[in-house]
Design a protein around this ligand. Structure first.
Ligand code: ATR
Length: 288
């Protein structure tokens, strides 16, 4: 029951109608019996400053931040975690003792998913990352935190963006090798133990697309994680499964970055499986 004591959480973005965050977080809050409610606020870019002032005035406990506000919101906060600063984006705001503190939980989400959904306690020495947008940046940051990762091939349709991203996080490009994502990429992927797709290729409404023009580079012993989760089994993950590689869908990362935000706000570790199931149910409903 919502009462006068119920605390408020939410997500700000534009658009936000299709977000699965309210389903995930409210399911976890209900499972734990915590007196919070999580809702979605559509905030136009020109109103972001007022929205953050409103968060202070209304004493909203915590917010997730999604497109297009992840970068712009940083200047409006009292503090930004070193991790979020390095990634250059905030996806979680914690309202703590009157101060707004920005976090980024995406790097944590991907690492937890690789460990728990992909079975990778340690990462392979050679990794391939596809994409150079906001998601790829958080993932590249996370990979570079791991000393066992010696080489990261970073492929993108627009190679200039891959080169710019590589230099930002690995200034001397000692471990990151940027390149173009095209028919020649597959050949360069044969000796990688982990392939991560951080592009939008294969996402609804284009489920017949794969970032790999030639899936012959996929092999048993390889882990393939796709951040796309709609459809849940993308063409890339199907190709991975058929090649004997271990496919990891994007819902694990989504649920785990959400779980981290939940723990920051409430101090309680949520049931990740409940969050994942709620997101899946939300996707299924949206599709029907
Ligand atoms: P996000 O925040 O989810 O990472 P983004 O910043 O818009 O979103 O980045 C989208 C990524 O998917 C980029 O790497 C983009 O490639 P470009 O930098 O060349 O635009 C990639 N992407 C999206 N659609 C693509 C397509 N049809 N083919 C190849 N790459 C695509």
């Amino acid at each position: 029951m919502i009462s006068g004591k119920t605390r408020v959480l939410g997500v700000i973005g534009h658009p936000v109608e299709h977000t699965s965050s309210p389903a995930m977080h409210n399911a976890a809050l209900a499972a734990l019996g915590l007196d919070y409610v999580y809702t979605a606020f559509a905030v136009r870019p020109e109103n972001l400053g007022q929205a953050i002032a409103g968060m202070r005035a209304l004493q909203i406990c915590g917010l997730n931040v999604t497109v297009p506000h992840k970068v712009g919101v940083m200047a409006l906060l009292d503090e930004v975690s070193p991790e979020a600063r390095a990634i250059g984006a905030v996806n979680t705001i914690d309202h703590r003792e009157g101060r707004l503190i920005g976090h980024n939980t995406d790097a944590y989400g991907i690492m937890q998913s690789l460990r728990l959904d992909g079975g990778l306690e340690t990462l392979p020495s050679r990794v391939a990352l596809l994409g150079a947008g906001g998601a790829a940046r958080a993932i590249l940051y996370a990979l570079l935190q791991r000393p066992e990762v010696e080489h990261i091939a970073l492929f993108n349709r627009t190679p200039e963006k891959a080169a710019a991203l590589a230099v930002t996080l690995d200034p001397e490009c000692k471990r990151v090798q940027p390149g173009v994502l095209d028919a020649s990429s597959s050949d360069l992927l044969r000796d990688t133990g982990l392939l991560i797709n951080a592009t939008a290729i294969g996402m609804y409404p284009h489920p017949d697309a794969s970032p790999l023009l030639d899936p012959a580079c996929l092999h048993p012993g390889m882990v393939v994680l796709d951040i796309v989760y709609n459809p849940l089994e993308t063409l890339l993950l199907r190709q991975a499964r058929q090649a004997g590689a271990r496919p990891v869908d994007g819902l694990g990362m989504l649920a785990r970055q959400g779980a981290r935000a939940f723990a920051i706000w409430t101090g309680v570790e949520p049931p990740v499986e409940v969050m994942r199931a709620a997101a899946l149910e939300r996707l299924a409903k949206a599709a029907s």
